[in-house]
Write a protein that binds this ligand. Structure first.
Ligand code: ZN
Length: 317
């Protein structure tokens, strides 16, 4: 933790303080896109060797792959004056491209997508059983999308916290490969302050993408789809917020559906408009909007389109 150095290269100021939204004269300010709101950070981290994370599978043809923490995408709370941004930790000097899984470079040796649901770091505001049910509904929802066949399969629980990113930030977490998409539990405020100043007050959940790099430290694209190959993703939820499954607080299923969307390679979507009262309204409203706007538990419209463009040919591509 202590050896990590952040370099802030560019920070969008528009959404960093809520007072700025009060100065808007119009009902809406239609100029906000996710791309304009990227916060760049560089993290001084060496790639992680695959030996050290104990992959059970194999990747071919090269065996000198390592993992590098590449980005974090977070969803912001409603009425926070923020919209979620992509935090880039390490761009490796390459043009920033999208990233997704490759059937030719799977850390568990399977083109099926595995997932993990942590049971060691529950929310302090909703029971583990209710959270488990919500997360299982999320998996069922993504699995139920007709255009894709992900082979989603759950990895059995282990009795200790997992998380390469948790370990990097100095929190309990085994820095091992567990599954392709890892819901790694609820984290305290201090975890989210690592992502943005005051982040514990507006980040609901975050998905980290760890990419594969080759022996020279370059990203790889083994299936030649124009996207960097993902090693694994880790999802964390903010325990500084109250969560529920009955509409009385932040809805677990809605946020988990969004984060699992990132887990399955979807980016944020939708244009945000700031209303006079400071709310951000998205058009179109979608699960993959960068700011929470109440319960959304169905995949349709742009969410469906984005998913199918990523996955319709899997595992061929
Ligand atoms: Zn997001």
């Amino acid at each position: 933790m202590r050896k990590i150095i952040f370099y802030s290269l560019a920070v969008s100021g528009l959404w960093m303080t809520s007072c700025q939204t009060d100065q808007l004269q119009d009902e809406v300010e239609p100029s906000l896109t996710a791309h304009e709101d990227v916060v760049y950070k560089q993290l001084e981290l060496e790639p992680i060797s695959l030996n050290s994370i104990n992959p059970t599978g194999r990747i071919q043809p090269q065996s000198d792959y390592r993992l590098i923490l590449h980005k974090a995408e977070y969803i912001a709370a409603s009425k926070s004056g923020h919209q979620g941004v992509t935090v880039i930790f390490n761009d490796r000097g390459n043009k920033q491209l999208q990233d997704d899984f490759s059937p030719f470079a799977s850390l568990d040796g399977s083109s099926d997508i595995s997932y993990y649901l942590d049971q060691t770091r529950p929310s302090s505001s909703i029971s583990l059983a209710r959270t488990e049910s919500a997360l299982q509904r999320v998996v069922t929802t993504w699995e139920g999308v007709q255009c894709s066949d992900l082979g989603l399969n759950r990895v059995s629980n282990i009795p200790i916290p997992i998380g390469i990113v948790a370990a990097i930030f100095g929190f309990p977490g085994e820095p091992v490969y567990v599954a392709d998409v890892n819901h790694a539990g609820w984290m305290p405020s201090s975890f989210f302050e690592n992502l943005a100043p005051g982040g514990s007050r507006f980040i609901l959940g975050v998905t980290f993408t760890l990419l594969l790099v080759d022996g020279e430290g370059n990203f790889v694209d083994t299936n030649q789809d124009g996207k960097w190959d993902v090693g694994l993703r880790e999802i964390y939820y903010n325990d500084n917020f109250s969560w529920s499954d009955d509409g009385s607080a932040i809805d677990v299923e809605t946020v988990a559906l969004h984060e699992m969307g990132h887990g399955l390679s979807q980016a944020h979507f939708g244009k945000g408009f700031v209303k006079k009262n400071g709310d951000i309204q998205f058009a179109p409203r979608a699960v993959m909007n960068a700011t929470y706007s109440g319960i959304q538990t169905r995949i349709s419209g742009t969410d469906l389109g984005g998913h199918c463009s990523n996955w319709a040919n899997w595992p061929k591509k």
